[in-house]
Write a protein that binds this ligand. Structure first.
Ligand SMILES: [Zn+2]
Length: 566
């Protein structure tokens, strides 16, 4: 994956106004120093989505999403970081330095994409032409009318060899591009067309660029479906068919269904359900699932009701566990054996599938069922289930969800999963939370007014903040402060770039302002904590103890001084 220099990211951010960016999708009203609106990422009636114009960050106090303009585009458009950067760069008119997997040979890469787009047009022309009659009949027979061909760019590849050469000529540069794009293969008699006598479905990446094709035979023939091979454009396991085409509808309706293949995606769309996406013949991986959740927190995963379908569901469940949050509501739908979404909508119409979708069950049901199947009878069986469940729960990052699931699993299986508890943090949950709130408020106060960093004595550097993430941000902010030139709003955007997963940054900035008096009390309190800890760790050394006692008295006086201000 290409990386971008901080300089270029800075430039893009400085050209984009986050308020303007977000205003296109969210109505924002001024509330104090920030702007407030209804969150686009979760359903709510009262606004908790806050945008800071001077810090150029957003944060939702309802669902916890937050960050800078890049994060907004990533979340909102379901784009990975590099694509979000490109999208914002294009909007801001900032030219990005060359990138692309082909060792920086960007224009060559671009030519490949153009070639793929031109190939798609050529296939479309053939579908509309004389030789496309059988393909047109086939598509209509599958319930896909002409409007659908246009919408999805469906085409037809002529039988026999030589079509690509007739389209693009035979010079070596073009041949090389065709090969790299997976449109031809190298045979004994030279390059040959990979797709012959097939209905062609262009496959787009998230940015809507055609990166490959799926081809389906119309009569008997093997393989029934043929996809582009892995190329530098086409990475099967990264792609989801329909994602680019349906992103807007999925967001608008808050509905998404994952189906097996592109014929299912198209059949649903033909029945006014343009909300489906499909992997390209591979099992869903964690990256694809993450993208699905970014787009829709309550997706329906559709599987065949047979054994293979159950296995696929279990695999999807395992892939999804680590990233699953309490806010997500994925459901699994098992269609009757022998049915697929295509056959359901064609047989029972739109409503038939909508009804089926309503029958979809929470993923936890699938987990419980899988565990029950594993159980069988006897004491060993119980141990087996406990082990398996422990291992699965341990992979979950959301503590609340894990806890809730553990209770349900214990109730359902009658097996106590003692080990499923993660090792508790030293000092217990409550202590940790309290401490981190002092730490967090301290850091929030610094970020709200970066100039406060300058007012801190050098001893403030020695403070250890409890939360590792908070401490890392603190040290980084300090090092920016020392270089001196970044003590303005740019510091926040730099921190946001250095800690892209730290949504707390955005929350701190958007949270209500911490006044100078409260701020003045933080450092003495933190120092006192530090001294107490050191004293506890090292009780034997008398001289050091005396020194620490004296320090403690001093900080207590400082604290009283700070309190007296209030
Ligand atoms: Zn929200």
């Amino acid at each position: 994956m290409a990386s971008f220099s901080r300089d270029i990211l800075d430039r893009i951010l400085s050209q984009v106004d986050i308020v303007e960016l977000i205003s296109r999708d969210v109505t924002l009203k001024r509330a104090g120093s920030n702007l407030l609106g209804l969150c686009p990422f979760h359903h709510e009636k009262t606004p908790s989505f806050s945008v800071s114009s001077d810090k150029q960050l957003f944060y939702c106090f309802g669902c916890g999403k937050g960050g800078n303009a890049f994060q907004f585009v990533m979340e909102h458009d379901g784009l990975p970081f590099p694509e979000a950067v490109e999208s914002l760069a294009a909007r801001a008119g900032v030219e990005l330095p060359k990138r692309g997997p082909d060792s920086g040979d960007d224009s060559h890469y671009q030519l490949g994409l153009e070639l793929l787009a031109r190939a798609a047009s050529a296939f479309e022309e053939q579908l509309a032409g004389q030789q496309g009659a059988a393909a047109r009949t086939y598509l209509e027979g599958r319930g896909l009318p002409e409007a659908m061909w246009k919408k999805y760019g469906i085409g037809y590849a002529l039988p026999g060899y030589g079509f690509m050469r007739r389209c693009f000529g035979a010079d070596t540069k073009v041949s090389r591009l065709l090969d790299e794009a997976g449109l031809v293969f190298q045979g004994k008699q030279g390059p040959g067309d990979r797709f012959r006598g097939r209905v062609m479905f262009p496959i787009k990446n998230q940015r809507g660029q055609i990166v490959g094709f799926g081809g389906r035979v119309m009569a008997d023939g093997e393989p029934k479906y043929l996809n582009s091979p892995e190329t530098k454009f086409f990475h099967k396991s990264d792609l989801l068919y329909g994602l680019s085409e349906h992103r807007g509808e999925i967001r608008g309706r808050g509905q998404l269904v994952i189906v097996e293949g592109y014929m299912d995606v198209l059949a649903l769309s033909a029945h006014e359900l343009p909300i489906a996406v499909a992997p390209l013949g591979t099992a869903m991986n964690a990256g694809q699932i993450r993208r699905i959740f970014q787009l829709c927190p309550a997706p329906v995963f559709c599987f065949d009701g047979d054994r293979a379908g159950r296995r696929a569901a279990w695999r999807a469940l395992e892939e999804m566990l680590p990233g699953l949050l309490a806010e997500h509501e994925p459901r699994f739908l098992f269609l009757p054996e022998g049915d697929d979404p295509d056959s359901v909508v064609c047989g029972q119409g739109r409503q038939g599938f909508v009804d089926a979708m309503e029958q979809a069950r929470p993923v936890l049901d699938t987990l419980l069922e899988g565990l029950r199947n594993l159980a069988g009878s006897g004491a060993e069986a119980g141990a087996r289930v406990a082990k398996r469940a422990d291992a699965m729960l341990a992979r979950m990052k959301d503590d609340y969800l894990r806890q809730a699931w553990r209770q349900v699993i214990e109730r359902d299986t009658g097996i106590v999963l003692a080990q499923a508890r993660r090792p508790a943090a030293v000092g217990g949950e409550a202590g940790k939370q309290q401490a981190s709130s002092l730490d967090e408020r301290f850091l929030a106060a610094l970020l709200q007014k970066p100039e406060r960093l300058h007012s801190l004595p050098s001893a403030a550097r020695e403070i250890t903040l409890d939360d590792e993430g908070v401490h890392a941000i603190y040290t980084r902010a300090f090092s920016y402060a020392e270089t001196g030139d970044d003590l303005d709003e740019r510091m926040i955007s730099r921190l946001a770039m250095d800690f892209p997963d730290e949504q707390r940054l955005a929350r701190w900035v958007c949270t209500e302002k911490i006044n100078d008096d409260e701020f003045a009390g933080f450092l003495p309190a933190l120092q006192a904590r530090e001294i107490k800890r050191r004293r506890k760790k090292n009780p034997g050394d008398l001289a050091q103890r005396v020194a620490l006692e004296q320090q403690l008295i001093k900080t207590k006086q400082q604290r009283r001084g700070a309190d007296a201000h209030e």
